[in-house]
Design a protein around this ligand. Sequence first.
Ligand SMILES: C[S@@+](CC[C@H](N)C(=O)[O-])C[C@H]1O[C@@H](n2cnc3c(N)ncnc32)[C@H](O)[C@@H]1O
Length: 244
Amino acid sequence: MSDDTAKTDKHPTGAPWRNFYGRLKGKTLKQSQQTYLEEDLQALSPGAVDWDANPERTPIDLNALFGDKPVWLEVGFGGGEHMVHQAAQNPDTGIIGCEPYINGVAMLLGKIRKAGVENLAVHPGDARDMFDVLPEASISRAFLLYPDPWPKKRHHRRRFVTAEHLEPLARVLKPGAIFRVATDIPDYVRQTMQEVPKHGFDWLAEGPDDWRNAWDDWISTRYEQKALREGRTPHYMTFRRKDT
Ligand SMILES: C[S@@+](CC[C@H](N)C(=O)[O-])C[C@H]1O[C@@H](n2cnc3c(N)ncnc32)[C@H](O)[C@@H]1O
């Protein structure tokens, strides 16, 4: 970091320093996955999201992307199975997914080819950069499915359910929008139930066992399958963005 950037706490592009602690790349991509990235990713771009392409943080044009369809957002789609499932079930909706792990992005692209769905856009990066450029009150539904658990107490502030993420999420959601969270970590349930309502959301408790019942339109994700194999219990929480 140069002295100047240290003083301003910003990148030379004007971007804030945003620490990302997850993985960006895993094992070597298959040739087919390289091809998906080279041939398909650009056409699925939601617009200028990255700081170097959009230093003014001009909001992206969701109408140009999806017409007047309601727009949903999935944060950290992993291998993309839930995103493609929802896109196929809801053709009258546009879904934007964010995922910095490039192997996951490549897996999603393979699934998009197979399913032939066309109502998706992909930001291969951090959801925080996406929040910057989404118009206020533009998103009708958001999914946070098995976010990175960060089990150690000193790492809890890295979790998604913190003000750094929840404030901009609340800003881009429409009043009444649904926000779904799934996790297999009991302490993540605790932090979610504590933090999300502080940022303008009501928890929709629909029954005593609400958080043990998956949603009707649910498809189990890769991470959930791993959690089940390892003996952990899924929890499902539904929130509604308050009317402002
Ligand atoms: C435990 S995995 C779960 C993946 C998938 N949702 C599933 O259920 O299989 C969490 C994912 O969140 C992604 N992630 C972490 N921080 C993120 C951020 N700031 N923006 C978008 N995705 C993020 C990670 O790269 C990782 O793929």
